[in-house]
Design a protein around this ligand. Structure first.
Ligand SMILES: [Zn+2]
Ligand SMILES: [Zn+2]
Length: 371
């Protein structure tokens, strides 16, 4: 392929992205060249943009990094040997696909034990866009998909606005709730009604969780939580202290505490109260805190005496992405997934998209690389 494509390059904390052109690679055997249809601004992208999540890998300024990981695309070219997706469906040029944004190595101790989400090598191909194959992240016109990344055809009835976030938020909470064993008869507290939190409500309901309690302080998010089926919401503007929120959860759970609490805020400040909200034997599912430099205090004796578990999770198994697409295909009438992506921008307006989402004016922005 003798053409070029645009990448919106991350150049530093709160700095404008740079639109740069790079040669479009031909896919090697096992790889797929994807034409990105839509890419989203995820909470973790905001953490990077604000300088809270360190992805610089020792680079000094000016940074030249590819970021963005939530996306959906069409197959532009298939490498040799690629004939089917991971569910066994045939693949052809033009097919819409969703895929893991990380790349499990398949060979480390974690991968061999079947715990891909713990692979330490998952970001080994996140090289700067100046290096081949140039298209390593979502904020560009193309994406170079490698062999170990699970890929699935997007069902016809799932539009891009629904499929775009499937490879991150939705798959992540499907994996998390499965690993934590949360299901029928359980009570679940969701800390934070952002992209992860709202998706988690739908997944919890599908798992027959009896009571879903959602905590947030933004009216539009709480409203969306109700639309997705939250049984009760706890408004931070009303319950202003951790103690009052812990008390409220205990009131709502017959004085027992919740069977599981999911941390989807991304702030260490909520961890201690989340653990206190648990019943004896409960599970604290930690997904949101990705910022390596931030810490918090909590009472470890409460884990010991209460027989509680803290379960951390980054990434997910291929099956969780397959189930995410299936859920969007079969249950979109039950949950208003279309309300999750609130605004769309051409890729050239990426700075505005970040600023707007950072300010809270936009729930979740989508970028159109060809729009
Ligand atoms: Zn994400
Ligand atoms: Zn590995």
């Amino acid at each position: 392929m003798n053409e070029t494509g645009i990448v919106a390059v991350f150049t530093g904390v709160r700095k404008p992205f740079a639109l740069r052109e790079f040669p479009v690679p031909n896919p090697e055997p096992g790889a797929i060249l994807v034409k990105v249809q839509m890419a989203n601004v995820c909470g973790s992208d905001l953490h990077i943009w604000r300088g809270e999540y360190d992805v610089y890998r020792g680079q000094t300024e000016p940074f030249c990094l590819a970021i963005g990981h939530e996306m959906v695309g069409r197959i532009a070219a298939l490498g040799e040997e690629v004939t089917h997706d991971w569910a066994g469906q045939p693949l052809a040029v033009g097919d819409r696909i969703a895929y893991q944004y990380f790349c499990p190595c398949g060979e480390c101790r974690s991968c061999r034990r079947g715990t891909t989400p713990r692979c330490l090598q998952g970001h080994r191909y996140r090289c700067p866009p100046t290096e081949y194959p140039h298209f390593n992240a979502a904020y560009g016109q193309y994406y170079y998909l490698r062999k170990p990344q699970a890929v699935f055809k997007v069902p016809e009835n799932v539009p891009d606005v629904l499929a775009g976030p499937a490879n991150c938020a939705l798959s992540q909470v499907i994996d998390g709730l499965k690993r934590a064993g949360v299901g029928q008869g359980d009570s679940l507290v969701i800390q934070g009604a952002g992209g992860l939190g709202i998706n988690a409500i739908a997944v919890a309901k599908e798992r027959q969780v009896s009571q879903v309690i959602v905590i947030d302080g933004i009216a539009s998010r709480l409203e969306l939580a109700h639309d997705f089926g939250a049984d009760v919401t706890i408004d931070l503007r009303e319950f202003r202290t951790p103690q009052s929120r812990v008390r409220r959860v205990h009131e709502l759970t017959d004085g027992q505490g919740a069977d599981a609490v999911m941390e989807l805020v991304g702030s260490p400040g909520v961890v201690a109260e989340g653990i206190e909200m648990l019943c004896n034997g409960g599970v604290y599912l930690e997904i949101g805190n990705i910022n390596q430099r931030l810490t918090c205090e909590f009472n470890p004796a409460s884990i010991v005496h209460g027989g509680k578990t803290i379960l951390g999770l980054m990434w997910y198994e291929p099956e969780s992405l397959r189930r995410a697409l299936e859920l969007l295909s079969t249950r979109a009438d039950r949950y208003p997934f279309h309300k999750l992506l609130s605004h769309q921008y051409p890729l050239s307006a990426i700075d505005e998209a970040f600023r707007q989402q950072d300010s809270g004016a936009v729930h979740r922005a989508a970028l159109l690389p060809w729009g």
